[in-house]
Design a binder for this molecule. Sequence first.
Ligand code: PGA
Ligand code: ZN
Length: 416
Amino acid sequence: MKISNVIAQEILDSRGDPTVECTVILENGIKASSMVPSGVSIGTYEAVELRDGDEDRYLGRGVLKAVENVNKKIASVVVGMDVEAQEEIDQAMIALDGTENKSNLGANAILSVSMACVRVAALSKGIPMYEYVAGMFGNSTEEYEMPVPMINVLNGGKHAPGASDIQEYMFMPIGAKNIEEAVRWGSECFDHLGYILKEMGYRTTVGDEGGYSPSLGSNEEPLELMVEAIKKAGLKPGKDISLAIDAAANEFYVDGKYVLKAGGKTLGREELCDMYIKWTEKYPLMLIEDGFAEDDWEGFKLLEEKLGEEIMNVGDDLYVTNIKRLEKGIKMETTNSILIKLNQIGTVTETIGVIKRAEEVGMRSIVSHRSGDTEDTFIADFVVGAGTGFIKAGSMNRSERVGKYNRLVKIERELN
Ligand code: PGA
Ligand code: ZN
């Protein structure tokens, strides 16, 4: 079915910052929309999110230029194209942009169209989006793998200034029999953790991704409290639920050193690696994301050599869902896993390419939200179709986070 129009508009994300929503309309009258998320602990090598810079509107964070780029420039090339020709559509937008990092049209403009095409194509075919995505990957549409969620219950770093240096502490319900149980366990443990913090006299206000944001004075204590919360919920740490962290180490990398404010330590690459090793020995920590800064390939490699057999060593800002950076990582054997964020690269086609390449070499992919997200549940359907087995969607709190979990549970019920 051919595209008859694409219409973008400026809406707000979960932080109240402007972002782009795009509606794609087909010649049969069917239409669907998608909303682009936005990060704050952004990797240097991410595709460019176009902001107006006009200080009179939203402190310069407006996206009217990106909106206009969709409505005029992108519309002029994609209208009339077959909506199912995702690769051609994405390539046409990449060519129209003409830059390496999509700074001309903006990755937010391009991605809004790319995602909306997937949604409307599925709708037009009368199939669920996850099934359409499975087709794009060449995956089975008979059997689906539901993902293990990474539930971010303690926020720090740029997502909760004043809390821990480590940006995210997550529950991974690896022992749950299905997504419904994983979500329930996550919710129960989140509540227990809240009661524990309250009893200790800490605040239980939440950060950008819905996790609590206490100032505990140490980066290790959260792990202890999380184990306690798992036990309080009547579950077994390490068997039912394991732990994960996203250090987002870029944010505390200063002049070649890792500066941890909570606890007052400045560590070198090896010392930081030793800290992680110690944590994996003491706690059921099964995943470390961005344990090192985005250009500290040697740091990731060191962790991979020491713990690659035992834990998921994940690159986020390291790879920024970019095939060139992934190829470098494969060559150097830097990590065994990669975080996937559609807006880091800016098209669905390139995102699929990265996931497929990672799979080819046995690396695991985690499909992820952003800290500024929206009510769009795109990634829930996307991860089920992609079948990567892991999703990072924030806490059991705040609708832009819980919406993804709700959608996953509904997909699971539909499939059963
Ligand atoms: P961001 O954080 O969306 O603010 O970049 C998420 C992450 O680092 O995984
Ligand atoms: Zn990250």
